[in-house]
Design a protein around this ligand. Structure first.
Ligand code: FAD
Length: 284
């Protein structure tokens, strides 16, 4: 919704935003390509103006909801500049295939999008989306919500570990009574609390319109990494039971692996912050 809300025409907003908000239409966001992930500025998908339409050619990879979406926001280069187009499901020359055998986020569909001389009406270009900066503005919104979501994942792992530790008896006592197990639980709660406080602060800055994209990068980087590590330690507290799907931590652990990568990897967030504090960019 954000790309249409921010970069779309009034007509595009009227047509799509109510449907998307009510869940009556599903959208997807197509930026990543097989050969351009972190280096999104290099995307190869091309748009060429042809009368009153644009012709798209290229492939998008790892697109959440790609095959079930009613519309795709597709980022492509038009005369060398990155632009965004609304491509409706069923448009001739556009089809999606699902990526199989995932071990992470298995409840969510992830697809490849193919554009072969796909003709999109000229009114489907998002007029305000110009350059990589526009795509990055969208990622920024997603990173902010991911930073919150990771806390939910961490809390679920922590609560499962706490409950299990209280109930599991070894050496005649609940394992929660052992100092080493308590240390792990206390560390988890402390990390969760720190992440919650950071997000509370960032939410206030966001409400006031003062949030910086580097602060969002820090939150995404820290909170997902924290949730990943908490899921791993929670899995450890569950012993052998922890490797089964009967308990939540292993599922959170595997899911957080994908979250650590998408919308900009841990390392890319690090480089974004590194550039901000040193003045040197270390991407290349
Ligand atoms: C489940 C899932 C859903 C996704 N959904 C979407 C979606 O809806 N829409 C979309 O457009 N994309 C989506 N993605 C793609 C995601 O955004 C990319 O996977 C991500 O940006 C990383 O790109 P890549 O996988 O090509 O990894 P690469 O860019 O190849 O990176 C591989 C490794 O190299 C490191 N690396 C890369 N460049 C540098 C550098 N300059 N310095 C140091 N290290 C570097 C990375 O940090 C990483 O560790 C999704 C991915 C997944 C897994």
């Amino acid at each position: 919704m954000y790309p249409i809300y921010t970069f779309g025409t009034e007509e595009q907003k009227r047509k799509w935003l109510p449907l998307l908000a009510q869940g009556k239409a599903i959208g997807c966001f197509g930026l990543t390509e097989p050969d351009f992930g972190s280096d999104a500025g290099g995307i190869q998908t091309k748009a060429v103006k042809d009368g009153n339409r644009y012709i798209l050619n290229g492939t998008k990879m790892w697109i959440t909801n790609g095959s079930i979406a009613d519309i795709a926001i597709v980022w492509a280069k038009l005369d060398g500049e990155i632009r965004a187009f609304i491509v409706e499901k069923g448009t001739k020359g556009f089809y999606a295939t699902d990526i199989k055998r995932k071990m992470s986020l298995r409840a969510s569909v992830t697809s490849e999008l193919h554009f072969e001389d796909c003709a999109v009406p000229e009114e489907n270009i998002l007029p305000g989306a110009k350059g990589l900066k526009s795509a990055l503005m969208c990622l920024n919104q997603a990173r902010y919500s991911i930073a919150w979501g990771a806390i939910g994942s961490a809390v679920a792992s922590y609560e499962a570990a706490l409950q299990y530790a209280r109930e599991r008896i070894q050496f005649g006592k609940p394992i929660a009574s052992f100092q080493l197990v308590q240390k792990k639980l206390v560390w988890m709660l402390t990390e969760i609390t720190k992440a919650q406080l950071m997000m509370y602060h960032l939410a206030r800055l966001k409400d006031e319109g003062r949030i910086k994209h580097t602060q969002i990068s820090m939150a995404k980087m820290n909170n997902v990494s924290m949730a990943l590590e908490i899921a791993r330690v929670a899995r450890d507290i569950h012993g052998a039971n922890g490797i089964t799907l009967d308990y939540p931590p292993i599922r959170h652990l595997l899911n957080m692996e994908a979250v650590n990568t998408y919308e900009g990897t841990y390392d890319i967030q690090t480089l974004i912050i590194g550039r901000d504090i040193t003045g040197f960019q270390a991407f290349r």
